[in-house]
Design a protein around this ligand. Structure first.
Ligand code: ADP
Ligand code: MG
Ligand code: MG
Length: 881
């Protein structure tokens, strides 16, 4: 038997999306549950592939099956294709597995020609309608099948309206339309050199082939590239008998969602037009009316539509996006699909559907896209205020959220203004580590240079702070304390507003709205927490960040980077003295100055986190990062330390490294200068003991040693740390518990994890460095070529964003297995940026990690992703296109 290339709607169902496309499967399903769907059939996606295999030709077998199904359709409708008295007209509609703008537009009224148009006029007793349909058909066919510019047809139509003084298309008379048809056919003849095809069967095959061809037009290809849709799955074609929304005032066409796609509210949401066809509603030819109005105009039809919508939603158990047409007061369903919605609507609908008993809590949790939660966590602009605002420029959407404030051009100026109670924004050419304080204090950050991984972007995302980066249209003059856009000048203290989700920069202040974390959000999060087994911690260096993270549900700190505290303006001099010390005594003296400050930091963190675990990493970056770069700062430092300028320059140069990220950093620093680790351990332990005494919290500090690659590095430093910790305990007569563990971020460490686990009391995978060193890619430079790698298909995606399961993931898995061979209940977490990436979280769940740690604003995302991972047994479910 030959292969089946064509399916009648009643032969398909909702599960056959791959073969019938999304539209075809929906039409089939609606047909089978008894909804009023005009009859028709679907030419399969396999036929599309076959068309390409046969050198862009429809095989005889396929043509044969199309004709057979057409005959069945004719019988069903009691109309005949090309019949002068009672002609069948059809629509030809493309529809791939994934909804895909960019493919061929729908052709309506196919089957019309000079003879059948008369038949339609007679049988409907409506000549105007017949010729209106005919001119629409020629226009659509000419445009999408014969690729004649739409403008040519539009010009004729507009001229006719102008000549007669009409405003609306509906004012055109039958005679006007007849003239337009003649003019349209002339356009086709002029453009193609051939007459407009009058044989309906020829029209149909041409249209079907055009749909298949459109699968490979440029728009469609680039859409598939952008959305990771495979190129070889092809599209289906639906051929469906026409119903007419344009036969008079008891007709119409519309689209509706079963719930509000912006808010999720359970109420029909949609629009319709009386006496209109096809895309008139979305094309904006006339202003459509609210679906509510249909209640008064056609109460019976409205009631039927409402019931049908509800039925479809109950049947699919999800919000539907529905297309319908009314022909002479009779309702027809033309499409149904899962409705696209905002994050807020998704949340609201999911919770309410559980309350209605439509779906289970598990389904609600699985249905939401974790990343989309991000939209709900940041402030947004008030809608009305935003409408009135003037857009100044657009940069990169580096870190989401809305912010408004007075512009300042240095971190100090921002801090001073904030101390005065002002709302501020930090505006700079680009930021550097010295700007951290100002970035922290400002409501948002705007830079003229730098990309999505620039310092400003990375730090702002970590802080959850709004940032627009690389906004090249603004010219920043930091010395003159001003920036210009075009010929507008903004000086210190002028208000602007930033949208870090879109990259927009606005003039003046725009009112912002803070997000609500209660209600539906809290409900979904509580459900997610019931299902997940992975714990979720946060990466936080300050009590402030920690408090935000706790509000978002963080269960501990997985990474506190002590170096961030070293950049504080008041500490930097002591830190620099510590680095530049020429003797151990000098160094210890400088460290003694830093000790009380570090202790204060940890006290603040412990108080915020109460009894939640806090992992503190010992100093990690190369020391060179703390030293001044500009000559005036170097001079100042030399003066401060009593060094000759030349000596100072020599010392600084001496600390420079060729490959600082592979250089003297991490545990290597503490091995050269154990007194740094001693000071930090003392600060950690004293703080814990004091908070325990003062607040009664049973704090168990976790001290983490970075960059271990050799077992002896760890055994050596473990002794240094423990000796200090025990000393503090005995000084303070405390029996406090503490843990000493290690980062797993050097590939070698994962290979000898069984040895390391003998000493380490916990592991934390630093997947940023692990990825960097496994690939041998410098993370700070990889941006330059990773885009090329992706475009050339060498890498499917950026391994710094989503963990590379087969390579880096293998090392993680090996580390887990080996580590637990030594210590079966070894606590193992991850603290790289992958800890907040849903895809990576699925992987971490699957290899049995104890927790993930991510930046505060990622915590809810991680909680939801961890729940999905637990519920779906490691199958990804939220990537519905
Ligand atoms: P899209 O994929 O762009 O939504 P469709 O194939 O759904 O395109 O067609 C667009 C519109 O054309 C439909 O919403 C409907 O109004 C109209 N249409 C399609 N087929 C028919 C038909 N058989 N009878 C009447 N109108 C139709
Ligand atoms: Mg369309
Ligand atoms: Mg549609």
């Amino acid at each position: 038997m030959s292969k089946k290339w064509v399916y009648l709607f009643k032969e398909g169902n909702a599960t056959m999306k791959e073969l019938l496309g999304g539209k075809g499967a929906g039409l089939a399903e609606m047909t089978n549950i008894g909804l009023p769907v005009p009859g028709g059939f679907t030419v399969t996606t396999e036929a599309c592939t076959e068309y390409y295999n046969q050198d862009r030709k429809l095989s005889n077998e396929i043509i044969d099956q199309i004709n057979k199904n057409l005959a069945i359709l004719e019988k069903e409708c009691e109309k005949t294709f090309g019949d002068v008295n009672n002609p069948l007209l059809v629509s030809v509609r493309s529809g791939a597995k994934f909804s895909m703008p960019g493919m061929m537009d729908t052709i309506l009224n196919l089957g019309l020609n000079d003879e059948t148009v008369a038949g339609i006029a007679k049988s409907t007793n409506n000549e105007r309608f017949a010729f209106d349909s005919y001119r629409r058909f020629i226009q659509m066919f000419g445009d999408v099948v014969q690729e004649i510019s739409k403008d040519k047809f539009d010009y004729v139509l507009e001229s006719a309206k102008e000549k007669n003084g009409y405003r609306d298309d509906t004012e055109l008379t039958a005679d006007d339309l007849k003239e337009i048809v003649v003019a349209y056919k002339k356009i086709v003849k002029d453009e193609t050199g051939k007459d407009f095809p009058l044989d309906p069967k020829e029209q149909l095959l041409m249209a079907i082939e055009a749909v298949f061809r459109s699968w490979n037009n440029n728009r469609a290809i680039s859409y598939r590239n952008m959305n990771d849709i495979p190129h070889d799955i092809g599209t289906a074609v639906n051929v469906q008998s026409m119903v007419y929304g344009n036969m008079g005032d008891d007709c119409g066409t519309g689209v509706a969602f079963t719930r509000n796609p912006a808010t999720g509210q359970k109420k029909l949401f949609g629009e319709f037009l009386i006496n209109a066809q096809g895309e008139d509603v979305v094309a904006g030819i006339r202003t459509p009316r609210d679906i509510e109005d249909l209640k008064e105009l056609m109460p019976e039809v409205y009631k039927q539509f409402q019931e049908t919508a509800e039925r479809l939603e109950n049947h699919y158990r999800d919000m539907q996006d529905i297309e319908f047409t009314i022909e002479k007061s009779k309702l027809f369903m033309l499409q149904t699909r899962t409705g696209k919605r905002t994050a807020a609507a998704a949340l609201c609908a999911a919770v309410e559907m559980v309350e209605e008993g439509l779906i289970t809590k598990e389904e609600a949790v699985l249905r939401l896209d974790p990343i989309s939660l991000d939209q709900l966590l940041h402030p947004t602009f008030e809608e009305a205020a935003l409408k009135a605002a003037e857009l100044l420029a657009t940069g990169l959407p580096a870190s989401p959220g809305a912010a408004t404030g007075k512009v300042y051009f240095t971190a100090e100026a921002v801090c001073a203004a904030v101390a005065n109670g002002e709302e501020t924004l930090l505006v700079r050419k680009e930021t550097s580590p010295e700007d951290i304080e100002g970035m922290y204090a400002a409501n948002g950050i705007l830079t003229a240079r730098g990309g999505m991984t620039s310092h400003a972007a990375v730090v702002a995302r970590g802080m959850g702070k709004c940032c627009v980066a690389g906004c090249e249209a603004i010219k920043v003059d930091e010395a003159a304390k001003q920036f210009t856009v075009g010929n507008q000048v903004f000086t210190e203290g002028d208000f602007i507003s930033l949208n870090g989700s879109t990259g927009s920069v606005y003039k003046g202040s725009i009112k912002t709205v803070t997000p609500e974390l209660s209600g539906h959000f809290a409900e979904i999060m509580a459900w997610a927490d019931e299902y997940r087994t992975l714990k979720v911690r946060t990466n936080a260096d300050t009590p402030n960040d920690a408090a935000v993270a706790v509000r978002f549900g963080a269960e501990g700190i997985g990474l506190c980077r002590t170096e961030h505290m070293f950049f504080d303006e008041q500490r930097l001099p002591s830190v620099r003295r510590m680095i530049l010390s020429e003797s151990k005594q000098q160094r210890e003296k400088a460290l003694a100055e830093i000790l009380p400050m570090q202790k204060e930091d940890f006290i603040g963190l412990y108080k915020t986190m109460e009894e939640r675990p806090v992992t503190v990493r010992l100093l990690d970056p190369p020391l060179h990062e703390f030293l001044p770069k500009e000559s005036k700062d170097i001079e100042a430092l030399a003066a401060d330390m009593g060094f000759a300028l030349e000596d100072m320059v020599t010392i600084i140069q001496g600390l420079e490294e060729f490959n600082p990220m592979l250089g003297h950093r991490g545990c290597r620093l503490a091995i050269t200068y154990p007194e740094i680790a001693q000071m930090q351990t003392r600060a950690i332990m004293e703080a814990a003991i004091e908070v325990k005494q003062e607040c009664g919290f049973n704090v168990i500090p976790e001290i983490m040693i970075p960059l271990i690659g050799i077992n002896e590095e760890l055994t050596y430093l473990d002794k240094v740390v423990r000796k200090t910790a025990e000393l503090v305990k005995s000084e303070r007569k405390s029996d406090i518990k503490y843990l000493v563990g290690t980062m797993m971020e050097i590939p070698r460490a994962t290979l000898i994890a069984d040895q390391i686990a003998k000493t380490a009391e916990f592991f934390s995978f630093g997947t940023n460095d692990l990825t960097q060193m496994t690939y041998g890619f410098s993370r700070d430079d990889a941006g330059k070529f990773i885009t090329d790698y992706k475009e050339k298909g060498i890498l499917p995606n950026d391994p710094f964003q989503s963990i590379d399961v087969e390579g880096v993931g293998k090392l993680v898995e090996m580390g887990v297995v080996l580590g637990r061979k030594t210590k079966p209940d070894l606590k193992i977490g991850v603290c790289g940026e992958h800890g907040g990436d849903p895809k990576s979280i699925f992987f971490f769940h699957s290899v049995g990690l104890s927790y993930v740690s991510c930046s505060p604003f990622r915590v809810p995302i991680a909680r939801l992703a961890a729940a999905q991972a637990a519920l779906s047994n490691n199958k990804t479910t939220f990537t519905d296109k």
